[in-house]
Write a protein that binds this ligand. Sequence first.
Ligand code: C2E
Ligand code: CA
Ligand code: CA
Length: 626
Amino acid sequence: MVTYRPILRGAGYAGIFYFTVNGLMKLFLSGAPEANILGFVSLGFAAFCALIWWLAKRVKTHSGLELCGLALCSSLIVNVSIHMSITFEQENMAYFVLVMPVCACVNVTRRAFAVGMLGSFFALLWFVSQNIPSHLTDYISVGAAGILVSLGVSVLVRDSIINAVRAQIAANDERERAVNLATQDPLTVLPNRRSFFQALEDRDQRLHQSCEGFVLGLIDLDGFKPVNDTYGHAAGDQLLREVGRRLGDAVPDGALIARLGGDEFAVLADLPGPGKSVDRFGNQITRSLGRPYEVEGNVADVGASMGLLVCDEAGPSQKQMMERADHALYVAKRSRRGGAVVFSAHHESDLLSLGRVEQALRESDLDTELSLLFQPQYDLHERRVVGFEALARWTSPSLGVVMPDLFIPAAERACVMRPITQILLAKTLVALERLPQPLRISFNLSVHDLMSPAAVEHILTQVRESGVDPARLEFEIAETALAVDFNMARTAITNLRQAGCSVSLDDFGVGYTNVSHLQQLSISKLKVDRSFIAPLLDDESAAQLVRTLINLARSLDLECVLEGVESFEQLSLLDAFNARYVQGYLIARPMSVERIETYLAAVEAGETDFTSLPPAASAVPKAHKA
Ligand code: C2E
Ligand code: CA
Ligand code: CA
């Protein structure tokens, strides 16, 4: 319809011009008495055409435009008719025929076109029948020819208009698609990374100008990869779309959710209103995303960890904002998997230290700066040391001695874990050769080692080439690594076991491993996290929990090491629980490889605190290993 607007206005222009010139010529150049009337009539029609020209721009409806076209055609017919009524001139009959193609061009609808054309045709015949009836048949054929020509013109005009409109629509669609492609994630139809950063910039500017704060949240799915691997990519896509939908439902109005790529999503929302906390906001989202998903008839357990940052004062750059939210997400992944962590002041100092450590790591000579300490593991049944856990230390020239709790996460973030593992394992294998038979060494693996088949292969090659008995080497895998990618971890564990090494599940109880998962893994040992031992003597429920964990390991036919035993009382109680393996400061603090020999001699000689444990422990049946 809108394409007719300029045509109608163009015809209006032509009408104004034609009638004005025609009217002025009649008024000033013609001497005939009726010319004055005709001149004024023409000027009147010029004014009418101006009205149509004005209306054509303003009418909003289809029927309004249809009426304008019809009015213009009618005015032409009426104008010719008035001329004919005043002075009939046969040669001017051609004007009726000329009006017809004009009707073909300016009328929006076929209906209006037909009315205009037939009006012109019958006006022509009426004047002929009144003035020159003998020529009626001639004029019927002239009129019919005019109608045919007009029909042709109408078809041509309409076709070209329709084609032009279609081409325009296609071009618009294409442009829209291109814009969408640049700003939208095609899978979830959520804004993509690019539009997320644009929105972040907008909110940041708003914060600078009007102090309107906002919350930035980064979300990473836990256990998405196994769904993709097990059920296929179509199922993975379906799950991601569902995540997008749930996110949309979980966030308040006005919030922006985006897919940053893979299984990473982001949220930008206004600060929660009074009485609502950012923690609650985050937990609401992770709870909603953590509900089971139905994919292709199966139920998939996928969780979501979230890092949140409250941006309520101008200052940090966008890069810093992202770094902070990302750090909160990292903390959530490590310690609150499936939950939300809000970035706070103490994270700020952690981030600073991590940054400094990462930087120092890059500049370090790890081969000489990394070393190992060894902490004994004690068998309460046999009353002897059975092995040592290798614990990494890094003596940085710029930072001094850095504990692994700090530099291992930094190395993981900086993706330099693999060379570190290789150096530490080489040192462990050398130490193992010095250790009296049949003592064993446990070596900690990072989740980064486990998630790379090439890294596991390299580890096994190192073990083979060292010539040590693989049965004397144990690998410790943190329970939280299972949540990152269970299938990958299971494959790595199987490969390590097939090479003859044993594998233990470290920091057990901190993560959420279910028993059926444990049964699928070829591990030989659980290491109960020291956080369970610390409150052991304080209350009955803590003691009960430790007992349950010991019994769980026994029922699964797994050995069980209780970590973090610091006092003699704790040891006595664990002995009474029929626990078998213990590790902790009471047994010994981590020591250098050179000290091991003296230490073992002292234990043998009963010169250590814990060896004074009464033999009463053996009164408890020890038929089972705990
Ligand atoms: P982890 O595997 O749980 O190691 C035990 C940690 O508990 C050690 O800390 C040890 O010194 C400490 N510990 C032992 N007994 C007691 C006790 O009675 N009380 C208390 N409060 N702590 C005790 P460390 O050496 O600082 O290591 C911390 C973590 O760093 C380790 O936790 C492990 O996850 C990681 N780590 C250490 N060495 C390596 C390594 O070579 N490779 C990898 N990937 N990670 C390592
Ligand atoms: Ca360990
Ligand atoms: Ca541990």
